[in-house]
Structures are given as structure tokens and as C-alpha cells.
Write a protein that binds this ligand. Sequence first.
Ligand code: ADP
Ligand code: ASP
Ligand code: MG
Length: 418
Amino acid sequence: MRVFKFGGASVKDAAGIKNVYSVLQTAGYEDVLLVVSAMGKTTNALELVIKNYFDKSPELQSSVQEIKKYHNEILLDLFEDEKNEVFAAVNAQFAELEYFLAHNKSPNYNFVYDQIVSYGELISTTVLSHFMNFMGIKTQWLDVRNFVKTDSNYRDAEVDWELTQQNISKNVKRKILNITQGFLGSDENNFTTTLGREGSDYTAAIFAYCLNAESVTIWKDVPGVMNADPRYFENASLLNQISYREAIELAFYGATVIHPKTLQPLQKKEIPLYVKSFINPLLPGTSVSKGATLEPYMPCFIVKRNQLLLSLSSIDFSFIMEEHISEIFGLFHEYKLKVNLIQNSAISFSVCIEDKFDNFKDVNAILSKKFKVDFTEHVTLYTIRHFDEKAAHTVEENKTVILKQVSTETMQIITQES
Ligand code: ADP
Ligand code: ASP
Ligand code: MG
């Protein structure tokens, strides 16, 4: 069996969905399982609904209407005839969502988040599945929550591999085009959970692992994994092949083309991963497999913007030692600050952190009681894998470098944005 993953960008409008159909015509769809994300930026739009819900904002209704309108326009474009049963099916899902908003009693933000945000994927797969049937491809729509079982750590749930394996082995039919949702799972009480933002790649890997799939293909708006994000680097070029290890390193340092959790299950069973263009499905794209040498061999660049560089030194000129470091990291963990680089010297301890949840103010107040705290906001962290002098120069040119760290294969540079 092959597993294909189509992300939000590939199904962002009616033309995108029609294109999925033509990709399937080219790539084949027998014995295939499709994992699909919410359309376009629907997850962000649902996050706004959640915010409005908790803020008791008068905008709540209009934020839901906006999402309905977006989907309805796509439906009209795809099916024209409003009598097609897909309209009722999608309306029923919106009705469920509205029922939840009207009747929910749980104050648990993360729980509520997962119950609401999941409609993005439930709806996109409903639309896609109906469209494939409409075009003459028979499909089986699977509710992923009956397959991927997780703990109840809402928004970042951990997969229960044993239960998930059992469900998938028993209940996924072969020889038919299966369509299911990325990103979602369910806990022991069958409440919806999610695997973390951008988690649909990971869902594809979970199914591939449990099905002993022949391969996974993630279809992207780029030709494959490139040596840099083409949005930021004009001359980014395609990597024809890379190893799992290289892909893990790139994802770890922040190359957003593959979700970091995706690689490990595939590596364990040596299931090849292909990253291919949904615009040109005949092009070979990137192949990720065991021990493959980076081909062509070249420096790879990863950029993380809007980082914060924090330097701590002790007030009494003593060294920052193990017990301090463990306390500092405990705080980062508690306040969900993500550490992307660490540098320790005799008198100061520096970390580059990402403050997604706007918690640094609180952490700063706590740290300032014990340490001398210096920080610079809005810095950029560049990582260069397989760096050379020219690559470092490309990054440093016309910028103020405020920290640099080098290991055998990787150079990291923090620059100040001007
Ligand atoms: P999806 O629709 O599957 O969620 P994403 O938008 O998350 O797709 O991922 C594709 C995007 O990843 C590309 O448009 C590109 O801008 C970005 N990207 C970041 N790093 C790389 C890289 N090294 N190679 C290719 N694309 C990259
Ligand atoms: N729709 C989810 C998100 O945008 C999951 C995914 O697309 O991978 O985060
Ligand atoms: Mg994505």
C-alpha cells in the first residue's frame, strides 16, 4: 500500500481539489491511503473562532460564517448542483460545530481547541471524498479518530501505538482509495485530540508504519526538499536524495517542509518518503531513504525568524552551574519557551528561544530575581548544514552577527534584524 499526504496548500480551492484528482490519475490510486489536511488556512481561521469563543466576542458568529462561506464557494465550484449530497454532509458538520459552541460547558482551552479545530480536516476530507466519487473514483472515507488513539494531552497528544496498530491492521481495507484526516486522533473517551500544528505529515507516517506501507509521498507546492526555503532564498535548489538522518536534522533545525515527528516511524521500518510537487507530479522530487548520501552535496540553510536571544549571568559573579541550568530549563518548559540554541561560557549562559505563546515577560520577571538578564528580541537564527566559507558569507553579508556556534557539520548564526 502507498500513503499519500495532501496538505492545506494542495486543497486550498476548487482548482486545487481538481488537481488532486489529476495527480491521482498520474500517480495511480489503487491500494492508496490519502491523508488530507484542512483546506488552505482553515486551521488558522478555526483558531480565530476558538479565540472569539473564549473572549465571548461578538465576532464569533461572523468568524464561523466566514469559514462556511469559503467552503461553500468551493463546493459550488466543484459540484454546481446544490442537490448533490455533499452539501448536506458539509452542512451537517458545520451544524455539529455550532452545536458544540452553543452547548459546551468545558472551560479547558486545549480540550475545546481540539474539538473545534478538527472540523477543518473532517470537512476537507468529506469534500474530497465526494468529489472523487463524483469523478468516478470510488473511495472509502475513514474517520481517523477510529484509528489513531492517543492520550488526552489535547493539542499535542501522544500516540498509543499498540491500539493504533490494532485498529489500522483490522479495519483499513486495501484495494480501494481510502481517504482520511491528518492531524487528528481520539483519546480513551473518544474525545477528539490533535497531534500538534502541521501534524498531518506525522499522520501519514503513522498509517505507513502500521500498514507496512511501500512508501509515503507528501505532495507539496515546491519541487521537493530544497537546500533552503525558496520563500527566503532566491537560489534554492532541489535535493534529489537525502538520508532519514539528514531529513531529521533539517526538520529539527526548522525546515518546515517536513514535520519533525514524521521521519522516525518511517526510518524504523525503512519506508521511503518521497516529497513531490503536486503541480508537476511527473517530476521525481526528493527521495528520503536509509543511508542515502546528500545529492547534490551542498550547504543547506534553515532560517528561524523572530527569535529571542537571552543571556544570563549570576549577580554575584559565580558560575552558572548544573542546578541553575536545570531550574532555568524547568521554567522554559513550564512556560512553553522553545530553546533553539544553547551556549555556555564561564560568565554567561545564552539561549536562543522562541516565545510562541507570549510568555517571556513572566519568565523574565522570575529570572531577574536571581540572575542578571540581558535579552535581544527579534533576532534571526540561521542554521547551515554542511557549511563552507561561502555559505557562511552569504548569511553574514550585510548583517550584524551577534552569536555564532560551529560543530563538525552544522554552523548556527544569530543575526540582528535591522
Ligand atoms: P502543506 O500544504 O503540506 O502543509 P507546507 O506549506 O507546510 O505544506 O510546506 C511547504 C512549504 O515549506 C513550501 O511552500 C516552502 O515555502 C516551505 N519550506 C521550508 N523549508 C523548505 C525546504 N528546505 N524545501 C522546500 N520547501 C521548504
Ligand atoms: N491543518 C493542520 C494545521 O494547519 C494540520 C496540518 O495541516 O498538517 O496545522
Ligand atoms: Mg502545513
